[in-house]
Design a protein around this ligand. Structure first.
Ligand SMILES: C[S@@+](CC[C@H](N)C(=O)[O-])C[C@H]1O[C@@H](n2cnc3c(N)ncnc32)[C@H](O)[C@@H]1O
Length: 214
C-alpha cells in the first residue's frame, strides 16, 4: 500500500481556506473518507493517494468560479465524487445531480451524501445519455470522463438555453476543442473559452473548457 502523506488528507493552510471558504470543513471530511476507503473500494488509484487533497479535492474546486450561485448542475461521470461533491459543498444553493452508471461508485456517492449531510444533491445511477430529455440543468461538469468530441454529445443535451458545459481537461485542451468544433456547433454551442486556472499558485495549470449554449 502507498504511503499516506499529509497531503492525502486536508491541508489547513491559507490557500485551501481561501479556495474553499465555508466548504473547507466538508471538503476535509470528504478527503478523509476518500483517504480511508478510496483505494480499498477502487475509487482512487494508490498512486493518487499522496496527492488527494491538492490534485483531486482542490483541483475539483477550480470549476466553482464558473458556476452560478444558484440553479442546477449535473456532474457527469462523478466516480468518487469529483468534482461534484466538492462543488455541492461550495455551492449549497445549487441543485446538484451526480450522474454515474457504476453500482459500486453509486453506493459510495450515496454514502458520502448521507455522511456529509448534503441536502442539495441527488444521485442518478444512469449513463448521461439516459437522462437526455428528462433532465435539463444550467451547467454540466465532467472531469476525466471522455475526450471533448465524445463528451459533448453525452453532456450538452442536458444543458438548457444559455447554460454551459464545464469540462476539466489536461494539456491537450486546445486540440480537443479543435477536434470537437463541428460537433460543438451542431449541439448549439455559440462560444468556447479555455480557462487556465493555477489553483495552488505553483504553475501547475488546470484547464476548464467552457462551452456555452445559445
Ligand atoms: C475516470 S472516471 C472519473 C471519475 C471522476 N470524475 C474523477 O475525476 O475522478 C470516469 C467515470 O465516468 C463514468 N462514465 C463513463 N461513461 C459515462 C456515461 N456515459 N455517463 C455517465 N458516466 C459515465 C464512469 O463510470 C467513471 O466513473
Amino acid at each position: 500500500m502507498e504511503e499516506i502523506t499529509p497531503d492525502s488528507v486536508a491541508v489547513d493552510d491559507d490557500r485551501s481556506r481561501e479556495i474553499l471558504g465555508l466548504a473547507w470543513g466538508g471538503a476535509a471530511h470528504f478527503a478523509e473518507l476518500l483517504a480511508q476507503e478510496g483505494e480499498l473500494r477502487g475509487l482512487i488509484g494508490p498512486r493518487e493517494l499522496p496527492k488527494l487533497w491538492s490534485r483531486h479535492v482542490l483541483n475539483s474546486a477550480a470549476v466553482a468560479q464558473f458556476l452560478p450561485e444558484e440553479g442546477s448542475l449535473a456532474d457527469v461521470g462523478s466516480g468518487a465524487g469529483l468534482p461534484g461533491v466538492v462543488l455541492a459543498l461550495m455551492r449549497p444553493e445549487l441543485d446538484v445531480h451526480l450522474v454515474e452508471p457504476m453500482q459500486r461508485r453509486v453506493d459510495w456517492l450515496l454514502e458520502v451524501v448521507d455522511e456529509l449531510d448534503l441536502d442539495n444533491v441527488s444521485v442518478h445511477q444512469v449513463r448521461a445519455e439516459e437522462l437526455h430529455g428528462r433532465l435539463t440543468v444550467d451547467a454540466v461538469t465532467a472531469r476525466a470522463v471522455a475526450a471533448l468530441d465524445k463528451l459533448s454529445p453525452m453532456c450538452l443535451p442536458l444543458v438548457g438555453a444559455g447554460g454551459r458545459l464545464l469540462a476539466q481537461k489536461g494539456q491537450r485542451a486546445a486540440e480537443e476543442v479543435e477536434k470537437a468544433s463541428k460537433v460543438l456547433r451542431k449541439l448549439g454551442v455559440v462560444d468556447v473559452t479555455i480557462h487556465e486556472v493555477d489553483m495552488l499558485g505553483d504553475g501547475d495549470v488546470t484547464r476548464v473548457v467552457e462551452a456555452r449554449k445559445k
